[in-house]
Ligand binder design. Structure first.
Ligand SMILES: Cc1cc2nc3c(=O)[nH]c(=O)nc-3n(C[C@H](O)[C@H](O)[C@H](O)COP(=O)(O)O)c2cc1C
Length: 318
């Protein structure tokens, strides 16, 4: 029985992971197969697992998975494996990095009549991103919880509805920035108010960018980015950079920071920063950056509240 299981496993595994023939897995799993990821505790059916393999292979088309060893003991088994591949296509919303990764894991298997009934796996798709040096926000939260450090985010049970969230956000007053980079010598950028200073020592800042933004792939691939705090004189500039216009810089006067990021003249302040982390937060990526260069002008900033723009020179103090 042991030899039969190992041979069937090897054949189905190679077909599914190395060639994308995911249907082959049905020959080694029971109808009620379930797979639980140890990192997130979520369970999936065979069909969902097959979708996960397809999605993984779409991001890493040259993926190969080798079974290093299988230990069978009655109706239990352990499978130890190594996967390698190159990240040449978008995976879990992360544009191709071109990097090669090797990741190892193990499955703890419960067998029924020689077929896999259920398995606990030390791995999920986010492991591949971890191997590329890209952490998901949930991994960061899990790591903080494990280290007894303060948790980044509270439990969201009983979460507010969309209107309540919008109403909440409308009460928050911010400035407006334009986040920039260059792609093949062409300046690119978008309006962003999800900017925050993180710390002064070291000088860290963060911006949060939607993955559907046309600027996003260029930003993701960049080593540096520019953050321009818009001034009261740049109302037209906001409209330009909140649009999808193909050449947003056509009427913009700008210069390069030391590492090439576009810095927009007439802004209130500009920094160029080195991208240090790219946290995956579902639909958005949080870029955590170390500031390398700063320019501050004496032009007052623009103020943004509830969809409207105000003159930062005309604020009344309380
Ligand atoms: C005031 C304001 C703030 C914005 N803040 C953000 C933000 O924080 N993150 C983001 O991804 N988009 C933000 N946007 C939306 C983008 O600027 C907008 O979707 C833009 O069209 C994206 O351009 P792109 O797809 O060419 O990159 C904001 C827009 C405005 C007007």
């Amino acid at each position: 029985m042991q030899q039969t299981f190992e041979t069937a496993l090897e054949e189905a595994w190679t077909a599914a992971w190395d060639r994308g023939e995911v249907e082959a897995l049905a020959s080694i799993c029971t109808d009620s197969y379930s797979r639980t990821g140890k990192s997130d505790g979520n369970s999936m059916t065979l069909a969902q697992f097959q979708d996960e393999i397809r999605a993984t292979r779409a991001g890493f088309p040259d993926l190969t998975t080798k079974i290093n060893s299988v230990i069978v003991n009655g109706d239990r088994a352990a499978i130890f494996w190594t996967t390698s591949g190159t990240h040449t296509e978008t995976f879990l919303g992360v544009p191709a990095t071109g990097k090669s990764v090797v990741t190892r894991g193990s499955n703890e298997v419960a067998l029924h009549d020689g077929l896999i009934q259920s398995e606990n796996v030390t791995w999920d798709g986010s492991e591949l991103l971890n191997s590329l040096g890209i952490r998901s926000l949930s991994d960061a939260i899990a790591a903080e919880k494990a280290s007894d450090e303060p948790v980044l985010m509270a439990d969201l049970s009983g979460e507010p509805d969309l209107d309540a969230m919008k109403a909440f956000n409308r009460q928050f007053v911010t400035g407006v920035t334009v986040v920039t980079t260059q792609e093949n010598g062409k300046p690119k950028g978008l309006a962003v108010n999800a900017y925050s200073s993180i710390s002064l020592e070291p000088p860290l800042v963060m911006v949060c960018v939607q993955k559907t933004s046309s600027t996003y792939p260029a930003l993701f691939a960049s080593t540096h980015l520019g953050i321009n705090i818009l001034s009261r004189e740049q109302k037209d500039t906001v409209s330009t950079f909140a649009s999808k216009s193909a050449d947003k810089f056509a009427d913009i006067v700008w210069h390069e920071g030391p590492d090439g990021s576009p810095l927009i003249d007439s802004s209130s302040a500009m920094i160029e920063a080195e991208i240090r982390e790219r946290f995956q937060a579902k639909t958005h990526t949080i870029f955590v950056c170390r500031v390398r260069h700063a320019e501050v002008s004496n032009i007052e900033p623009m103020v943004y509240k509830a969809g409207r723009f105000y003159d930062g020179a005309n604020l009344e103090s309380l």
